[in-house]
Design a protein around this ligand. Structure first.
Ligand SMILES: [Zn+2]
Length: 471
């Protein structure tokens, strides 16, 4: 999963623009990173293909060629909903006694599938065209994997030795069952116990339509994903002899009540800080509402504007929405059952049980049976630690970019929540800069600008040197 803020940016935030090497004259490291990117995108690591082990084997080969040994590498097999997948961990060990607890670095190797017939270009072939790299995973998350692996290779080749252990933890089914993620988070908590966790799968720089940097977004929280099935059953009968009660009508009444209900406004320091900063660079009524909400979260006009906008509605509280329906069994029979699927994105700290209780109270009909059909992971908000913030700022400085660093809450979900729920501060800090209009993760024609790719290759190098010592 990867997503960003909506920013209808103004050119007023006129900061240094991002530039990088042209593809024509690549350095040795740029060429290596491009080769890894091209190879991993060619491996169709989507559900049903069982290709994650092929990608693991390739990455391990690259890492070993750079000097990582068998004892630095851990491959684990998982059964994800009947499919064989793998997780990969790579240890870059501290020289001598470690000065601090380890840092865990996350990425996921699987992708959402892509069908060639629907794409303009072959989805599992890296295509460089019009200043973009096209292909499934170019942003989500094979860019992150490529950047982290090439960083480890580069630092190893330089002979750099960190003053604490750095551990790559790559999952194999983040986009589907998260079986590998859960097991890895468990392993990490018991055996590695890091000081904090950094995720490559979200966050990153946000550019204006004219490619001017606006702000650098740090994903510091995720909403809880919970899906309920609401069912009404009924004895049914012949449709020529209608009963007074009807499963479809009753369910429809319940759904209309959910539609009308608005969950209370919720916010945290992170909500207010991110609205304050993104409001300053978002023009028009939406930007004004962000700033007004940051000043006073009880401002009714601001709340209405934010909640009327699909890009911001999820940031001010829990949302629950009907997504699927099934009912009845014949056109001439009274329905014996009617079921609606209701998907909730729950504000951190509220919980699935409290949300279910609230929906029941709103519906006020004991005949509606609730079933929670997702394996819910509730995760707290993470702090943006001063040392991590300083490392991000150093990376921006190294690229000549002046832009505010803004934490945000993601309405989707990433591997990070499984580490937050174990008590580890986890923030996602991708090295990529992109325009919101270039976000095609999970969709057709996924892309990353060529400048963003090469311009971000120093990101993790600077950050890891800052956080783990050494030169
Ligand atoms: Zn992702």
């Amino acid at each position: 999963m990867i997503s960003r803020f909506l920013v209808a940016a103004s050119a007023a935030a006129c900061l240094a623009s991002i530039s990088s090497a042209s593809a024509a004259d690549l350095t040795e490291h740029e060429q290596l990173a491009r080769d890894i990117y091209e190879k991993v995108i060619s491996i169709r690591t989507a559900k049903g293909q069982e290709q994650v082990p092929v990608m693991v084997e390739y990455l391990v080969g690259q890492l070993k060629a750079a000097g990582f040994t068998d004892s630095d590498i851990q491959i684990t097999d998982y059964d994800s909903d009947g499919e064989h997948t793998q997780g990969l961990m790579v240890f870059y060990r501290a020289e001598g006694e470690a000065a601090h607890k380890p840092i865990v670095l996350l990425g996921h190797m699987d992708v959402v599938d892509a069908l060639a017939k629907d794409w303009e270009r072959a989805p599992f072939t890296l295509t460089e065209e019009d200043g973009y790299f096209f292909g499934r995973g170019t942003t989500d998350n094979k860019y992150g994997i490529t950047n982290l692996v090439s960083t480890f290779i580069r630092l190893k080749k330089e002979g750099w030795a960190p003053n604490r252990d750095l551990v790559l933890v790559f999952s194999g089914d983040e986009e589907t069952g998260m079986v590998s993620t859960r097991a890895q988070a468990e392993y990490v908590a018991e055996n590695i116990d890091p000081e904090f966790v950094l995720n490559s799968d979200a966050g990153g720089g946000v550019l204006a339509p004219d490619h001017t940097p606006i702000f650098y977004a740090v994903q510091g929280a995720e909403k809880t994903f919970a899906t309920f099935e609401l069912t009404i059953t009924n004895p049914g009968g012949h449709s020529s002899r209608p009963r007074a009660d009807n499963a479809i009508y009753e369910l429809a009444d319940a759904l209309k009540k959910i539609e009308a209900y608005k969950f209370p406004v919720r916010y945290s320091d992170l909500t207010l800080a991110s609205f304050k900063a993104s409001g300053a660079v978002t023009p028009g009524e939406l930007g004004e509402a962000m700033i007004a909400f940051a000043d006073n979260p009880k401002n009714k006009k601001a709340i209405k504007t934010l909640r009327d906008n699909p890009e911001t509605v999820g940031t001010t509280g829990t949302t629950c929405i009907a997504t699927m329906l099934r009912a009845g069994h014949a056109e001439n029979a009274l329905p014996q059952s009617a079921t609606a699927t209701v998907n909730c994105r729950i504000f951190p700290g509220v919980g699935a049980a409290a949300t279910e209780a609230k929906l029941k109270e709103v519906i006020d009909n004991d005949a509606v049976q609730f079933e929670l059909i997702t394996d819910v992971t509730e995760s707290p908000e993470s702090q943006l630690r001063p040392d991590v913030l300083a490392a991000i700022q150093k990376s921006l400085e190294a690229r000549g970019v002046e832009a505010p660093v803004i934490p945000y809450m993601e309405s989707g979900g990433t591997d990070g929540m499984h580490y937050r729920t174990k008590g580890y501060d986890t923030v996602a800090i991708s090295g990529a800069w992109s325009r919101p209009s270039d976000m095609y993760a999970h969709g057709l024609n996924e892309r990353l600008s060529v400048d963003a790719f090469y311009g971000g290759l120093d990101h993790w190098v600077v950050i890891l040197k800052e956080l783990a010592g050494g030169e």
